[in-house]
Design a protein around this ligand. Structure first.
Ligand code: PLP
Length: 381
């Protein structure tokens, strides 16, 4: 913190795929403001939906109450995923916390209170709150906070998940974004089928088209019991997250009030109507602007350009899952210097260690994709 100065990237305006900084420099948001922005910044349809909803019902609690916008969004999300119920919060980590607590309480109501452990994938990342850290694997984010964490079990083989003290296994589907766009072997997910007590799929980074399908788990043939959504859910412009659950999970929480089986968990801004209105408008845009088709074009164009970079002497490895791309550099500690040079060329990205990431807004044109790779090649040269 002593030597790092973020003020050179003071963003004051945004439009489409571009961020404008305080010096007036326009930069392509090549990281979708950390995997959030889907249709571009300040999309008029989203802005209009937000303004209209703010004037109608700005906020009303969903603790012991509900609102029609949150109800509609819950229905849309369930229709899209095939899950049955939605529980809202404000950010990804909170959705993960809710999923862990749901899994624990589920087993208490199902007569297996000894199921208290969680299984995680190697290199996983699920957020920065205590529970989410506990099921994350990347050491740098968690080592200092052991005092507030519980121990989770790294997944090596099916037997790890089949233990009778395990409540759930949590996975990022296809690609682990925070690990530097690490693509997980398909066999890892295949190995999970039929051997998990409860399966929690964390789609917070991958959801809403980034890997080519609306949700990445669709490509893996997984049947999650619980799905966590965040980031791109509102088109990426307002804080909202959701924990979706299947009928059998929901039903475990039903009972006579005296049994106190309800889920004691709630956030102030859960189901905020403005955020939910943005989310509904974003889903409309997916259809109207054929966002998944554009995502496929971005992925195809990037794959062509990555073929050249893969054999570049300064590149150790390229990784891609749809429109989630990582270019790992050979020279250690070169991530920020490459990112800084890219910024001067009008491209904003943030490195993860030595990996330069390209996770563009799904509204990006082929010319913008080429612009990113042209700039990266020039900087490497
Ligand atoms: C897979 C995954 N889960 C959870 C999170 C946490 O989301 P948030 O930063 O909104 O708390 C992230 C954030 O990068 C993520 O990539």
């Amino acid at each position: 913190m002593q030597s790092f100065d973020a003020t050179s990237r003071t963003f004051v305006r945004a439009e489409g795929t571009v961020l404008v900084d305080a010096r007036g420099q326009r930069v392509y948001d090549a990281v979708s403001s950390i995997w959030t922005i889907v249709h571009g910044h300040a999309h008029p349809v989203l802005i209009e939906a937000i303004a209209a909803q703010a004037a109608r019902l700005d906020h009303a609690t969903t603790l012991g109450a509900t609102n029609p916008v949150a109800e509609s969004l819950a229905q849309r999300l369930c229709a899209l995923t095939g899950l049955d119920y939605a529980f809202f919060a404000s950010d990804g980590a909170s959705a993960v916390e809710a999923s862990l607590k749901m899994a624990l309480q589920y087993w208490q109501h199902r007569g297996a209170p000894e199921r208290t452990r969680f299984v995680r994938l190697i290199d996983s990342y699920h957020g920065d709150t205590a529970g989410a850290m506990s099921v994350s694997d990347i050491t740098v984010f968690k080592t200092r906070f052991g005092a507030v964490q519980f121990e989770s079990i790294p997944y090596e083989r099916c037997a790890d998940a089949q233990r009778d003290d395990v409540a759930a296994i949590i996975v990022e589907p296809i690609v682990q974004a925070a690990a530097g766009m690490r693509v997980v072997a398909r066999a890892t997910y295949d190995g999970l089928k039929g051997c998990t007590p409860l399966l929690i799929v964390d789609e917070i980074a991958t959801g809403f088209g980034r890997t080519g399908t609306m949700f990445a788990y669709e490509q893996l043939g997984l049947q999650p019991d619980i799905v966590c959504l965040g980031k791109g859910i509102t088109g990426g412009i307002l804080a909202l997250s959701a924990t979706l659950a299947r009928q059998h999970v929901y039903e475990a929480f039903l009972g006579d009030p005296s049994e106190r089986k309800q889920f004691f968990h709630g956030h102030s801004f859960a189901g905020n109507p403005i955020a939910c209105a943005a989310a509904l408008a974003s889903l409309t845009l997916f259809e109207r602007e054929a966002t998944l088709t554009r995502a496929a074009a971005i992925a195809a164009r990037s794959a062509q350009r990555l073929a050249t970079l893969a054999v570049h002497p300064k590149v150790r490895e390229t990784r891609q899952a749809g429109a989630m791309i990582g270019v790992e550099l050979r020279e250690s500690a070169s991530g920020w210097s490459v990112a800084n040079a890219l910024y001067e060329r009008g491209v904003f990205t943030r490195p993860i260690g030595d990996t330069v990431q390209f996770v563009p807004p799904l509204s990006s044109t082929d010319a913008e994709v080429d612009g990113f790779f042209d700039a990266l090649e020039a900087v490497l040269a």
